[in-house]
Design a binder for this molecule. Structure first.
Ligand SMILES: Cc1cc2nc3c(=O)[nH]c(=O)nc-3n(C[C@H](O)[C@H](O)[C@H](O)COP(=O)(O)OP(=O)(O)OC[C@H]3O[C@@H](n4cnc5c(N)ncnc54)[C@H](O)[C@@H]3O)c2cc1C
Length: 338
């Protein structure tokens, strides 16, 4: 399999996902077939190294794939991104747990770790001679009924975070959340853990909260492709050529800054928060352009507006929240995208 052939196979999938996006958005769970088809096309191999069966695609290619998928269907992109995030954890922490079936999309793996950023982790871990017992409730898990397993994280007695690969059956209950405003089709639940016994062999990695915070910037920056994909899609619903050009120029600048990024945390936050704001503006412009019908939930501009709001929430941590407040309200108008 080559990168070029994956990109070719992806094109008809994007058209299919875009055509179905309204219906997907209105459903409680996106079709499993979307996730499988991406696996068959080779999309989950793109970011993986060659020695693990991957294609080691260049960053520009990965970026373009993420933007175009997010543009076609936000829910599909978000859930497949959870799977790819799970594979990223396995690769980094315990590559022995990474299987060909994961890369081919026959075995799907979500993540539940965002709760560690809360002052008190709602998931605790007790160390035993053979492994761990996980207890509590992880408030966010996307892909319930779609994923086979989860990279689940909790905090142990020493304050160290334990990440383990766990099958999604006995000992884990999915608690349905109230209806979501955006990406309802992500099948997001909270995971209630009933004294979940996890053997030592399931360990993916351990890290402290400080290490997690240091890594957050990289993934927050990587997810900038999602709001920028939304900007691209919103332009389809904007009648003014001048507005479309302005949005495209701002998106180009943010994309270039993201691809040129060299590990500076404040730059990562600036770019991500700038892209979130640009997506919100683009979606609102699409609503204005579409008129009263855009107030109908099934209108594409309405969906984009709701998704743009969601992009402010995903990967939210204290530093990103500060920059978001700044961009949304506190900063002077004008230099926001300089
Ligand atoms: C639809 C949906 C699907 C999601 N799917 C997943 C998933 O599959 N896997 C996953 O791991 N996550 C998932 N998330 C979580 C997401 O990435 C964010 O972590 C989450 O939206 C942030 O909201 P929160 O209510 O958990 O955090 P909040 O409690 O609002 O906190 C946000 C941040 O503010 C800071 N903070 C909060 N309270 C305090 C305080 N008292 N003192 C100091 N700092 C504080 C913390 O840094 C915290 O991370 C999902 C979220 C949504 C909305």
């Amino acid at each position: 399999m080559r990168v070029e052939s994956v990109l070719q196979e992806l094109q008809p999938l994007l058209d299919r996902f875009r055509t179905a996006a309204v219906e997907t958005d209105r459903s409680g769970r996106l079709p499993l077939e979307h996730l499988r088809a991406l696996g068959e096309a080779g999309v989950y191999r793109l970011a993986m190294p060659q020695e693990r069966g991957g294609l080691a695609a260049p960053p520009e290619v990965l970026w373009e794939v993420n933007e175009s998928l997010a543009a076609a269907c936000g829910s599909t992109h978000f859930v497949q991104a959870q799977h790819q995030g799970g594979l990223g954890f396995l690769l980094r922490g315990n590559a022995g747990l990474l299987h060909e079936d994961h890369l081919a999309g026959r075995r799907l793996c979500g993540v539940a770790f965002a709760h560690l950023r809360r002052p008190q982790s709602p998931v605790t871990v007790e160390t035993t001679p053979t492994g761990w017992i996980f207890r509590g409730e992880a408030p966010w898990f996307s892909g319930w009924g779609l994923m086979d397993e989860v990279v689940l994280a909790g905090r142990d007695e020493r304050g160290v975070d334990i990440y383990a690969l766990v099958p999604l059956h006995s000992g884990i209950e999915g608690i349905q959340s109230p209806p979501l405003s955006a990406i309802q089709a992500s099948a997001t639940v909270s995971l209630r853990l009933h004294d979940l016994v996890v053997p030592r062999a399931a360990l993916v990695l351990t890290q402290t909260l400080e290490e997690m915070a240091r890594r957050d910037f990289r993934s927050q920056l990587g997810y900038t492709a999602l709001p920028l994909g939304l900007v691209r899609e919103a332009a389809r619903w904007i009648s003014s050529e001048t507005v479309r050009r302005c949005l495209a120029e701002r998106a180009d600048r943010l994309r270039r800054r993201a691809l040129d990024w060299t590990d500076d945390p404040s730059e990562a936050l600036e770019v991500r928060a700038g892209a979130n704001l640009l997506a919100l503006q683009a979606a609102q412009a699409a609503v204005v352009s579409s008129g009263g019908q855009a107030n109908q939930l099934q209108h594409p501009a309405n969906r984009l507006l709701r998704e743009s709001s969601f992009y402010f929430l995903t990967q939210l941590n204290a530093p990103l929240r500060e920059v978001a407040f700044d961009k949304l309200v506190l900063q002077d108008w004008g230099p926001a995208f300089a």
